[in-house]
Write a protein that binds this ligand. Structure first.
Ligand SMILES: *Cc1c(COP(=O)(O)O)cnc(C)c1O
Length: 358
């Protein structure tokens, strides 16, 4: 029996997509083989790969002067590959620090270039800094930020303006959650395991003019230009994850694209925050204009009740609500594949739990 899975990542996938993958698992398109068993250079797989890219381009409205890369090494790999590819030796880069993942990106980049922290909210990560608080460096190689902090549940309600400096965004937990204007970005990257598909794949969308200047010593599999010139098939890509991502993109298109899914996500988040705000025991610390549509952390007034909450939720088919080990409390991740019914079931459970225990 399927449950409502609120895991932060790897995370819930659309049931329809999993069903289709199961249907096709042993015999893909009458080939007598699984998609996992065929060469990445075979005609059928090259078609799967190209279709996935075309569908992603259509969903996000990616202009022709951007490359779309399907890589390995996760979002964490990109923390290093971005400075290796985009920041010449000795250059300065700006990073906006809004929490856990920004910090990790900063630490990694510091090994390659001078990192200037453009804003850090004083270490109190309950809001995305407004544009006027960003102290940007003139001539920086790029500006990096994390549009959605997966652990803190802090999301930017705007896209920073950088006066011509390329903007780099870690969209691991927010890509495809609503429409965006890709032309505002120099590079977008996202680990697949939150809103795209299974883990093992990371998608990079990069403006063409930014690649081709990787620093000496960059491994060829992580040199955007080399990978782009080889259609992300310099070596064997994660074929099954790529195939699954393609199925998810088609599912999104059937759902009406990003405008429709964005509307659904807004509704899900609004309902959950409204229930939290209206309750006497649940609390979300994030300022209203910076609340994430994808990851909703909340605490119970009494931490002694945490374990009971998790046990009873799990028994009711609401799984993986435990907060991150560093922040404690609860966190409901409500990615694209979480249906409204799942959020409504969570709200009903929370109200019932409050009635019984508060
Ligand atoms: C999950 C996550 C990461 C780490 O992704 P990996 O693929 O495990 O390296 C990085 N940034 C953000 C915003 C995330 O949500």
């Amino acid at each position: 029996m399927r449950v409502y899975n609120f895991a932060p990542g790897p995370a819930v996938l659309p049931e329809e997509v999993l069903g289709q993958a199961r249907e096709e698992l042993l015999d893909w398109d009458h080939s007598g083989m699984s998609v996992m068993e065929i060469s990445h250079r075979s005609k059928p797989f090259v078609r799967i790969a190209a279709e996935a890219e075309a569908d992603l381009r259509e969903l996000l409205g990616i202009p022709a002067n951007y490359k779309v890369l399907f890589l390995q090494g996760g979002a964490t790999g990109q923390f290093a590959f971005i400075p290796m590819n985009l920041a010449p030796i000795g250059s300065t880069v700006d990073y906006v620090d809004t929490g856990h993942w920004s910090k990790k990106a900063i630490l990694e980049a510091a090994g390659y270039c001078k990192v200037h922290v453009a804003a850090d909210a004083g270490g109190n990560y309950v809001t995305a800094p407004p544009q006027e608080d960003l102290r940007l460096t003139q001539g920086a190689a790029y500006v990096h930020y994390t549009p959605n902090e997966t652990i803190g549940g802090v999301e930017f309600g705007y896209v920073p303006q950088t006066r011509g400096v390329p903007l780099v965004a870690d969209m691991s937990s927010s890509i495809l959650s609503r429409p965006i204007d890709v032309t505002k970005f120099g590079l977008i990257y996202a680990g697949a395991q939150k809103n795209i598909g299974p883990s093992g794949l990371v998608v990079v969308i990069v403006r063409e003019d930014l690649i081709g200047r990787a620093r000496a010593g960059t491994p060829s599999v992580f040199d955007y230009k080399v990978v782009a010139d080889n259609d992300s098939m310099l070596n064997t890509p994660p074929t099954f994850a790529w195939y699954m991502a393609g199925l998810v993109f088609k599912w999104l298109k059937r759902r009406g694209g990003l405008a429709a899914i964005g509307e659904q996500n807004r509704l899900k988040a609004e309902k959950l925050y409204a229930a939290i705000d209206a309750s006497a025991i649940y609390r979300n610390p994030v300022r209203k204009d910076s609340r994430s549509w994808m990851n909703v952390p909340f605490t119970l007034g009494n931490p002694a009740l945490d374990q009971r909450f998790l046990d009873e939720a799990a028994a009711a088919g609401l799984k993986n609500l435990k907060g991150h080990r560093i922040s404690g409390g609860m966190r409901a991740s409500i990615y694209n594949a979480m249906p409204l019914a799942g959020v409504e079931a969570l709200i009903a459970f929370m109200q019932e739990f409050q009635r019984k225990h508060a």
